[in-house]
Write a protein of this length. Sequence first.
Length: 77
Amino acid sequence: MRGVELGGKWARFKEETRELRRRLADWEFIRSQPPRIRAALELYVETGDVRLACRISGLKLEAFVRLSKKAGIPTGL
């Protein structure tokens, strides 16, 4: 039964962090980016998967983190 309880807490945590990223993101800045960068930032907002977002964007981790901060997306969530 404990696994089910933890699963529910994990799902709730993931949804709360996604909502926080959505709310804090600077959508005007994100939409002004080239398509590949925009797609990567949108994916990061929705999933929090920085590795996949870096691959999509073609940027190294450090550059992507700087860009996500410019976009107002909290990192480390």
